[in-house]
Write a protein that binds this ligand. Structure first.
Ligand SMILES: [Zn+2]
Length: 335
């Protein structure tokens, strides 16, 4: 089974190599390198060396668009939004939100450039992490409850082309479907570039099946011609409530069922950030890691390496223990 972690924040190859060697000793055989707008702009050659060092050690290597355009997950800023404020998602009230619009031709071209750069790093996989439309209440408490994105000029034009009617002002099923269609088409376009370069595609969706975020129907994503792996991140500390067991089991079954139905591989992410130093934290890490393996997923990852020790805003209270618990629970762990 593939077992890995996300890796970030270190851009000195010598330090990266020391970490990679340690991860191999700890039983990992896969690694995800975050590739933000900043990395693409300033560290492209460095990142190629980092991916090469990972490939040389036999890791399966992933690269993801960390916070790019703020339409993917990640603790990274977006220069695209600063340079192109008119290409942001627009609320029905007219205000612009902190994420690029999937239907913006300028953002699409920017993203194609990112994808071409990412495949040139020579990873095995691109990891499309939590692609989403924004929810207004993430940013604006004073927006009306029924405000929604995106009603920018690109979306309105595309909607009219598709439906031969103006885009409604009130959100309805057609709007929700249009939003899902737009996101799926965006991913398909980007994944095609990777596929053409012999790089595989993984897509990770948050376990909430929420049309407001983008993709309510996971089957529609799974049947995409260019997806190779379906992934979800049942972060119990964020989403589970009291029933961690049921929450994790449902996530595992969901990706394994889809993988077998659509001839894909499956993946589960284990929460390694923002965790308290309580016994239940370590029980849950063991539980999710083992449940993923016993449930037959092809790949298990932790976000992120060393319990996110190096990102103070999301670090776990005892990150070293979070990490040790994870690598110890992996099947075939070396210690
Ligand atoms: Zn738009």
């Amino acid at each position: 089974m593939e077992q890995g972690a996300s890796y970030f924040g270190v851009r000195d190859l010598r330090h990266v190599e020391a970490d990679l060697d340690r991860f191999a000793d700890e039983g990992l055989n896969a690694i995800l390198h975050t590739y933000s707008e900043r990395d693409q702009k300033f560290y492209e050659g460095t990142m190629a060396d980092i991916v090469a060092a990972s490939n040389d050690r036999g890791f399966t290597t992933y690269v993801n668009p960390w916070g790019v355009g703020k339409v993917f997950g990640g603790e990274a800023l977006s220069q695209f939004l600063g340079k192109n404020p008119g290409e942001r998602q627009q609320l029905t009230t007219g205000s612009r939100e902190h994420a690029a619009c999937f239907n913006s031709p300028t953002f699409r071209e920017f993203m194609r450039e990112w994808t071409r750069s990412a495949v040139e790093l020579d990873p095995d996989m691109l990891f499309w992490d939590e692609p989403h439309w924004i929810l207004p209440d993430w940013f604006d408490d004073d927006e009306p409850d029924d405000a929604w994105v995106c009603r920018c000029e690109h979306c309105k034009r595309r909607y009219r082309e598709r439906h031969d009617a103006p885009m409604p002002v009130t959100e309805d099923e057609t709007v929700r479907r249009f939003r899902e269609d737009s996101l799926l088409e965006f991913l398909n376009e980007q994944m095609a570039i990777a596929h053409d370069h012999g790089v595989e595609n993984a897509v990770c969706l948050v376990p909430e099946s929420d049309a407001d975020h983008g993709i309510a129907n996971w089957e529609r994503l799974a049947e995409d011609e260019y997806i190779d792996l379906i992934s979800t991140d049942p972060y119990w500390g964020l989403f589970a409530g009291d029933d961690v067991d049921g929450f994790v089991r449902e996530a595992v079954e969901r990706v394994t069922d889809l993988a077998s139905a659509y001839d894909l591989r499956s993946q589960i992410w284990v929460q390694g950030f923002g965790l308290s130093d309580e016994p239940s934290t370590y029980e849950n890490i063991r539980k999710v890691t083992r449940e993923a393996a016993e449930g037959g997923v092809d790949s298990t990852f932790m976000w992120g390496y060393d319990g996110c020790r190096s990102i103070s805003s999301i670090a776990s209270e005892n990150p070293d223990r979070v990490w040790e618990t994870y690598v110890d629970a992996l099947p075939g762990a070396s210690y």
